[in-house]
Design a protein around this ligand. Structure first.
Ligand SMILES: [Zn+2]
Length: 398
């Protein structure tokens, strides 16, 4: 099968082909290039022409919580069965948005492992899933009311990582800051976590939004810093040098800021625990949203690897808004092609999947997204998904 469209973005942050073609064979990309060169090489091959659309790699969302049911208003109904249905629905939504790979950074124990297995068995349609177990925080630390495992002391952290690894976690996630400048884990605990992961050749992500937690986590050597909300240019430079990546999650914090502003001004349903927390934390989300707006481009320009992650867990909010995340990046100063790279080539490299997916390159899996319009000119083209292929199979079609 040959897929054609007016625009073709390969995902490397720079390459845009006009009138491009992707040849898909047995689930893989057999060829990519200008249609006038490619089509003639495959006489008799079926052709699907998407006209004025854009073809690009299937997207990654590097910060999801497929099983985050904690903000549901009818929380008491959520037993393991309902949580699994909830997660399957989130996975289905991901596919409709063109997300063909997710990194889940904390869902209930074993949920992602089993969801991936259910996908392999064909019970449900899911994107490629790379996952941690439940996140790890200190006793009383960030997220401890939302299923995060509470662990104290370097040795106990090592033991928790060993258990999570035994039970199938691909990555390890720690959380070490909340809404203040008080760090949670000690430097010794953070370093033990990184050492335990790296000596076993696995990677580790950390939630660190404030100072000095961000600095402590960069020094400890985490592979990805999640949020990094109040990161400085010097810190981003240091991350670039050390090969650490940054998942800003602009949308989640900006959405929460707008949400809590609305609650402050108009009042709202505070029986929803996440809404109540948002209202309490409004003083945090304002400066957080402004920090992303004012600093994103400066931090990006240091050369630090940026990863697109949505981290949207609020009930009623648009789920997995990776299109919105890329739109914020463009609004804050980078090009659409650069923004798309944060959801394609960059995450593939960080996850060690660059030999599998993440770009439209010969030999990789045919994870392909087709959107209406010219995404290289107008990033909001990603709001209009026409078709999504996962390993060459259509998993969503409008
Ligand atoms: Zn998160």
């Amino acid at each position: 099968m040959i897929i054609l469209a007016r625009n073709l973005i390969t995902g490397d942050g720079a390459t845009l082909l006009k009138d491009g073609a992707v040849v898909v064979d047995k689930g893989k990309i057999r060829d990519v290039g200008p249609a006038r060169e490619v089509v003639g090489r495959y006489p008799g091959e079926s052709v699907v022409d998407y006209g004025d659309a854009t073809i690009l790699p299937g997207l990654f969302d590097m910060h999801v919580h497929l099983g985050y049911y904690y903000s549901q208003p009818d929380l008491a109904n959520y037993d393991d069965f309902l949580i699994a249905y909830y997660a399957a629905k989130q996975a289905e939504i991901a596919l409709t948005l063109g997300i063909t790979t997710v990194r889940d950074l904390s869902s209930p124990h074993n949920l992602c492992k089993q969801l991936r297995l259910a996908g392999e068995k064909g019970y449900v349609a899911v994107p490629r899933i790379i996952h941690t177990d439940a996140g790890i925080c200190m006793s009383g630390g960030h997220g401890h009311t939302d299923g995060i495992e509470q662990v104290d002391g370097a040795d106990n952290i090592r033991a928790a990582i060993r258990r999570q690894r035994r039970d199938g976690a691909d990555w390890i996630k720690l959380l070490t800051s909340h809404r203040s400048n008080i760090p949670e884990f000690t430097q010794e605990e953070l370093e033990a976590a990184v050492d335990e992961c790296h000596r076993r050749n696995i990677k580790t992500a950390v939630h660190a939004g404030t100072q000095p937690s961000i600095e402590m986590c960069i020094n400890a050597g985490f592979d990805t810093i999640e949020h990094g909300t109040f990161m400085t240019v010097e810190q981003a430079e240091k991350m670039a040098q050390k090969g650490q990546a940054w998942t800003p999650t602009i949308t989640a914090y900006t959405y929460l800021y707008e949400y809590c502003l609305k609650i402050k001004e108009e009042g709202g349903d505070l029986s929803n625990p996440v809404a109540a927390a948002a209202a309490r934390d409004c003083d945090y989300f304002g400066p957080a949203a402004f920090a992303y707006r004012d600093n994103f481009k400066k931090l990006y320009d240091t050369g630090v690897t940026v990863l697109a992650g949505s981290d949207m867990v609020l009930y009623g909010a648009p789920p997995l808004p990776i299109n919105r995340e890329l739109a914020y990046m463009v609004e804050y100063g980078i090009t659409p092609l650069e923004a798309i790279r944060t959801a394609t080539a960059n995450p593939a490299r960080v996850l060690g999947l660059d030999g599998v997916t993440g770009q439209l390159v010969k030999g990789l899996e045919a994870d392909v997204l087709v959107v209406e319009g010219d995404a290289a000119k107008d990033i909001t083209a990603l709001n209009h998904v026409k078709c999504v292929y996962l390993g060459g199979k259509i998993v969503y079609q409008r």
